[in-house]
Ligand binder design. Sequence first.
Ligand SMILES: Nc1ncnc2c1ncn2[C@@H]1O[C@H](COP(=O)(O)OP(=O)(O)O)[C@@H](O)[C@H]1O
Ligand SMILES: Cc1ncc(COP(=O)(O)O)c(C=O)c1O
Length: 274
Amino acid sequence: MTKNQTPKILTIAGSDSLAGGGLQADLATFNEYGLFGLTAITSIATITTTDFKVFPVDTDVLATQLDSIRLVDQLAAVKVGLLVNLDQVKLVSDFLKQLDLPIVIDPVLAVKEGDYQQQEAFIDFYRINLLPLADIITPNLSEAQLLTDVKNINSREDLIAVNQQLQALGIANVFTKGGQRLAGEMALDLWSSPQGNHFFEKPKLDLLTDINGSGCTLSAAVAAGLAQGLSMEEALRSAKDFVWAAINHSVNLGDQLDGNSVWPAGQRLVNKTQ
Ligand SMILES: Nc1ncnc2c1ncn2[C@@H]1O[C@H](COP(=O)(O)OP(=O)(O)O)[C@@H](O)[C@H]1O
Ligand SMILES: Cc1ncc(COP(=O)(O)O)c(C=O)c1O
């Protein structure tokens, strides 16, 4: 039997039982990119109409998962999603420092699925110690506000100010997502690299409901593109198109739950399900 050379990619993330975001979105995205996805689970998030709860995995359980992943040959990229306490941030920082491959960090510090928001002491440590280990970070508007002094983000100039502050921490690439939250007809995001600023825009899909998992899917797609050897610009372009299609084919889980869950496989499979 010939050796299967499918590239391997890791997500360090939480589980979302409703499978809009979290490692479920990451694995679905990795599959669509033709990659073999591995997971190190940090937590289990449960979402109901009234509640967003996060149950952390014990630090030693996360550490053992990372130990087993250290045994894997030729990992092609890593994506980091939800980390829930300082011990996890320290552990993951030590793990990332030993790697020489593309690292994408989605700073999940606040979620639209509930009133979950990290404390200031956590955010300070996370900003200084973890984020500079990334090749690119992908905050949404709420996270950009938590990570910088820019407290009102309403314009292209505000996005530029946010990205400048984050780059000053030693993060080469920052991709801040205006997304649904930023007013206007377009879903507008800003990529800032050492070469300058570049806006990405696509028509805003007219959603009658919230959309769950768009940020996880975008960052997983960026990591997948980098794992395949795309340049940062190519990976971002591909990811922006990919998440747009995943939102366009999002799934409604029922009247008792708010929001649609993105479906990374939707574009490929939709004709088969109709
Ligand atoms: N209604 C929408 N139509 C099209 N693209 C969207 C829409 N909402 C968000 N996006 C895009 O989805 C990606 C994820 O952004 P966002 O939803 O803001 O992330 P998060 O889930 O972290 O809050 C970004 O590229 C954003 O522009
Ligand atoms: C485990 C986990 N990570 C991350 C997120 C953030 O998801 P989104 O892509 O909607 O920002 C969620 C949201 O439900 C989650 O449950």
